[in-house]
Design a protein. Structure first.
Length: 399
């Protein structure tokens, strides 16, 4: 499969960046990114090789610089949610695998950005921004997904530092990353308050990442086995027992960008459906001439625009309000609303687009077929839809 092959000359829309949620910086960046993306040709038949290729391209041409702060090779003084939204929506429109490669650089290094020592930040963040090092975020376990406090991986003190034992699963960039930010219990009896974060280099003795996980939309995933990994004191990121808060802060920052990725996929499905409707001949006219088709396209458009406004609002809240930034109730609920709405709406839009294509919609190799597989995981990872509903329900009860 070759990414960015547009049989109908499709390109992502640009008008949305004129909305008041964005400023001149974003309006200048968006067309440059769209122009760059349209020129890329990546063979995605091997997902691991393709992700490595994407990281190198994104790093070489400066797009990964938006994943880290300016002090460590980044493009902006701090992580900017609206830039992340523009990048993920545009990349996902073209290639969900390109979006995945970009997003994991930010998510995998986010804890180091938030709480790393100067030495840790110098050792990893510049390399992330240039694409020289691939990052990964190792939180989930076989029996601890949404219930993070149930994790069983242990970090035991030693005279020289820590020893890690346990396993992590569903780890994006597993067996591909150059380093992992691993979360482990440093106080087994303290639940979420007994978790700490550690940097584990991929070549660390005792780390086995060879167990790959194969999913319906190919992505580099693996299970990590941590067998007596010896770490120095300098491997811990942030304060002792501060890992849960750091993990949640990192996920909170990137939650609106997950919504943007879903939005990009929905926009691509919509563009494919519109092009197909204009082209497909049926009963002496085009599919677009039927009122049922027009009504379906109208419904898809409304679902997309509703998700877009919620996504952009969440990103704007984090970036522009000193009292409503990441971690505050206003932003957390806005991000949860955006993630829930965008991913659920995108699933509906892509399903409707596939239906419009008829039999060709389920043919392997068709863009709509791959989008149908790609979108499904976004309703699960980085906070399943059910978790977002709980966040919103609890917030409503506190009001």
């Amino acid at each position: 499969m070759v990414a960015f092959e547009h049989p109908h000359g499709l390109n992502p829309p640009q008008a949305q960046w004129e909305l008041p949620f964005f400023d001149g910086l974003h309006r200048e960046m968006a067309p440059r990114l769209a122009g760059w993306a349209a020129k890329q040709q990546v063979d995605e038949s091997d997902d691991r090789a393709a992700c490595r290729d994407w990281v190198q391209r994104l790093g070489h041409d400066g797009w990964l610089r938006y994943c880290v702060p300016q002090a460590h090779g980044g493009a902006l003084p701090a992580l900017d949610s609206r830039s992340l939204v523009i990048l993920r929506e545009t990349l996902a429109f073209h290639s969900p695998l390109a979006d995945f490669a970009f997003a994991m650089q930010g998510l995998g290094s986010g804890v180091i950005t938030l709480a790393g020592t100067p030495a840790q930040q110098a050792a990893y963040l510049n390399a992330v921004a240039s694409g020289q090092k691939i990052a990964a975020f190792a939180l989930s376990e076989p029996e601890a997904g949404s219930d993070v406090a149930a994790m069983a991986t242990r970090a035991t003190p030693t005279p020289t530092g820590w020893q890690l034992n346990g396993s992590k699963t569903w780890i994006s960039n597993g067996d591909l990353a150059d380093f992992y930010v691993v979360f482990a219990k440093t106080d087994p009896d303290a639940g979420a308050r007994g978790i700490s974060a550690f940097i584990v280099d991929a070549r660390q003795p005792g780390l086995d990442s060879s167990e790959h996980i194969h999913v319906m939309a190919p992505h580099p995933l693996a299970t990590l086995r941590l067998n007596g990994i010896a770490l120095g004191q300098d491997a811990m990121v942030g304060p002792l027992h501060g890992g849960f808060k750091l993990a949640m802060q990192t996920l909170d920052i990137f939650r609106a960008s997950v919504a943007a990725a879903a939005l990009g996929m929905a926009r691509r499905a919509f563009a494919e459906a519109v092009a197909h409707a204009k082209y497909r001949k049926m009963f002496g006219q085009t599919l677009a001439d039927f009122q049922l088709t027009q009504a379906r396209l109208g419904e898809m458009s409304a679902l997309i625009e509703a998700a877009a406004l919620l996504t952009y609002r969440a990103a704007w809240l984090r970036d522009c309000s000193s009292t409503q930034g990441a971690g505050t109730p206003a932003y957390t609920t806005a991000a949860a609303t955006a993630k829930l709405t965008a991913t659920e709406n995108a699933q509906r839009v892509i399903d409707m687009a596939l239906q419009m294509f008829g039999g060709r919609g389920v043919q392997v190799g068709q863009k709509i077929e791959s989008l149908y597989r790609d979108i499904r995981s976004l309703r699960i990872y980085e906070g399943a839809s059910e978790v977002q509903l709980l966040i919103l329900g609890k917030a409503a009860l506190k009001s």
